[in-house]
Design a binder for this molecule. Structure first.
Ligand code: PAF
Length: 282
């Protein structure tokens, strides 16, 4: 596996692959990789001839009081995992490589979409995500890029950006990977102490409860959200940021469950903010 720290090295290698007629998949990550990321790499390896993964903790998507400084990092472990999964190149740039002196250009979706759900408490988050992801797309020029459904709003926003800017990249959404007890895999799970780890199960339990209600025929989105919220509220270590039902494409609130509804939540367990969701495809 090649480890590249500069944009030029990545471009040279990807262009050499393209000259051989090989297809290229990209898995963007912020490192501290777990089985969720591994599943994205596996999917890229299945669908593309060569796989590039980026490991970059992107400062522009963190707000001033968020966990940029403490975000967990373990590049050696990341490389070991990527190599076993069949990744061909890991791009590990410095902040200066990605954001040179005088950097002043951002990519931002000008609709309500990035202001909903996580955007309510993280107002600059999706501008940072769109900016770094479009930079990665320009650097790697992949045929396909792979993102987890756990970050459902991010996935919807990236699809919007790719369509709006005619980027010609196929976006592949991959299922949420869970621990055996249901907790969605996340690099931030590492912040949880033992009691919080147990308490964090209310998120997946709420997801399973919501899925069951919908499967049983409930079509009132407010009732599903209320039942999920009530379940989470029983856990003393949990504080709800939001539990919401939105249109799967626009992220705007819905009250009825029809095709393509996303039911998503963000919940603080102690100081750690975790997200989870499920999509309804009728
Ligand atoms: O999902 C993430 O880990 C990040 O938001 C991404 C897409 C790698 C951009 O920094």
């Amino acid at each position: 596996m090649i480890i590249a720290e500069t944009i030029q090295e990545v471009r040279d290698q990807v262009r050499a692959w393209k000259r051989e007629g090989l297809s290229v998949g990209l898995v963007p990550t912020m490192g501290y990789l777990h089985e969720g990321h591994a599943s994205l790499v596996e999917e890229s390896v299945r669908q593309c001839d060569r796989t590039v993964s980026s490991v970059f903790v992107n400062p522009t998507q963190f707000g001033p009081n968020e966990d940029l400084e403490t975000y967990p990092r373990d590049f050696e472990h990341d490389c070991a995992l990527l190599e076993t999964k069949g990744c061909d190149l890991v791009f590990h740039p410095s902040v200066e490589e990605m954001y040179p002196d005088g950097f002043a250009t951002y990519v931002e979706i000008q609709s309500e979409m990035p202001k909903q759900l996580c955007g309510k408490t993280r107002p600059i988050h999706f501008r940072g995500v769109c900016t770094v992801v479009s930079k990665l797309f320009h650097i790697v020029e992949p045929d396909k890029a792979f993102f987890g459904q756990k970050d459902a709003q991010q996935l919807a926003i990236i699809r919007r950006m790719v369509t709006d800017l005619s980027m010609g990249i196929t976006i592949v959404g991959c299922p949420i990977i869970r621990e055996s007890d249901g907790l969605a895999k996340s690099s931030r799970n590492t912040y949880l102490n033992e009691a919080e780890r147990k308490a964090a199960l209310v998120l997946s339990q709420a997801v399973f409860l919501g899925q069951r209600l919908v499967a049983e025929g409930e079509r009132d989105a407010d009732r599903v959200v209320a039942a999920m919220s009530a379940h989470i509220a029983k856990e003393p270590l949990a504080r709800i940021d939001y539990v919401s039902a939105v249109d799967g494409m626009t992220m705007l609130p819905v009250h009825e469950i029809e095709n393509d509804v996303l039911i998503a939540m963000a919940v603080y367990i102690g100081k750690t903010r975790l997200i989870d969701n499920f999509s309804v495809k009728l």
